[in-house]
Design a protein around this ligand. Structure first.
Ligand code: AMP
Length: 363
């Protein structure tokens, strides 16, 4: 069976690595000349919207999936007419627009921060008067890793902000004084079965994910699973979805979903019975899902902008190295390191040893 993946970055690369033992083959549609996934499959070099390339993808592949959400809706629709294509178009279009996304959460009775839809500076002024400061304003589409966002603390921060962010549609959110951030990775099969991995505690630096640690018996596991299941059922979702939350005294507040495998699930390659990548390709291929239990205490550290000394990292017991084969550039995710241990105390020591070696360049 051959699976077509729209996008050829590290997520596509790790999907192909996970599919290889199942003898699944992969074709990547990516406009780059040497996308890093191409080392593990065929590469169709073309724009995501190129009708001839989309036709070639469906002609060659038995099922189609996506490794990022900014795929034009028409392209998804064209693919889905020809072949099973997962997740469905509505999941992609909802996840790429922060207003549609949070509106869906509200409809499903999932708690969200106070929000307002902003189409002008006047809208912004009125919404700030209602929601109060501090508040965060974000572009509705195309934001990632904290880009396209501004935190407003004083009234002076509000004036001119609509133009400053490009005069594009925005969402205003009340600033949440959260305790920490978690995500839950979930997978839904073609037959509707849903499984969840243990929730992951995430730490960011300059808006970019730095470290993810799966938690067994987190008190909000059940609530996170319930919220993820509601969204997946509503969207008739197939594949892996990540759901990010703020943990507050009042429970979870939903931040965003990603309709794909997610950086906060990379630990599952070594740390779970079945990784997020394998379960995603299983779901897309129509195979039974695998167990999602954590195998051992573990953590994932991102390698951003520059590699640490590899041999020194490998010399720390319990470490696994992932080089995506991408050219280092400030702020670019070029690899990750998984750290495993038999107990939490040893894990903390090993993570500290690896962190001391990191030379990340966040840009
Ligand atoms: P996002 O791109 O929406 O995930 O935002 C990036 C990061 O900004 C989040 O991981 C949070 O650390 C922070 N952030 C986003 N929205 C809020 C909010 N409403 N209140 C407080 N912090 C936020």
């Amino acid at each position: 069976m051959r699976i077509g993946i729209v996008g050829g970055g590290q997520l596509g690369r790790m999907l192909a690595q996970a599919g290889a033992p199942l003898d699944l083959r992969f074709t990547f549609l990516d406009p780059g000349s040497e996308p890093c996934a191409a080392a593990h499959g065929e590469h169709l070099q073309a724009d995501w919207q190129d009708p001839a390339a989309l036709a070639a993808l469906t002609a060659n592949c038995d099922a189609i999936t996506f490794e990022f959400e900014n795929v034009p809706a028409e392209a998804v629709a064209r693919l889905a007419e020809q072949r099973p294509a997962f997740p469905p178009a509505q999941a992609l279009s909802t996840a790429r627009d922060r207003w549609l996304e949070k509106s869906l959460f509200r409809e499903l009775d999932i708690a969200v921060p106070p929000i307002a839809r902003i189409d002008s500076q006047a809208d912004l002024d009125a919404a700030v008067a209602e929601i109060g400061l501090p508040a965060v304003v974000k572009t509705r589409t195309l934001g990632y890793d904290g880009k396209g966002q501004k935190v407003m603390r004083e009234p002076a921060d509000v004036s001119g902000t609509f133009a400053e962010l490009g005069g594009v549609p925005l969402i205003l959110e009340g600033f949440i004084d959260f305790d920490h951030e978690i995500s839950v990775i979930a997978v839904r099969a073609r037959d509707g079965e849903i499984r969840h991995w243990p929730v992951v505690r995430n730490a960011h630096r300059q808006g970019i994910l730095h470290c993810s640690v799966p938690q067994v018996a987190h008190p909000l596991q059940a609530q996170a699973e319930d919220y993820a299941s509601r969204v997946m059922r509503e969207l008739d979702y197939v594949g892996v979805m990540a759901f990010e939350f703020f943990v507050t005294d009042a429970g979870l507040l939903a931040n965003e979903i990603a309709p794909r495998v997610h950086n906060s699930g990379h630990w599952s390659i070594e740390g779970a019975v079945t990784s997020q990548f394998e379960n995603h390709v299983r779901a897309v291929a129509g195979l039974p899902l695998g167990e999602t239990a954590r195998l051992a205490p573990c953590a994932m550290l991102n390698v951003i902008g520059a590699f640490p000394e590899r041999d020194a990292v490998l010399a720390v017991p319990g470490t696994r190295w992932h080089d995506y084969g991408k050219a280092p550039r400030p702020g670019r995710k070029i690899g990750h390191i998984t750290v495993l241990a038999a107990d939490d105390e040893t894990l903390a020591e090993r993570v500290a040893a690896v962190e001391a070696l990191l030379v990340n360049d966040l840009g």
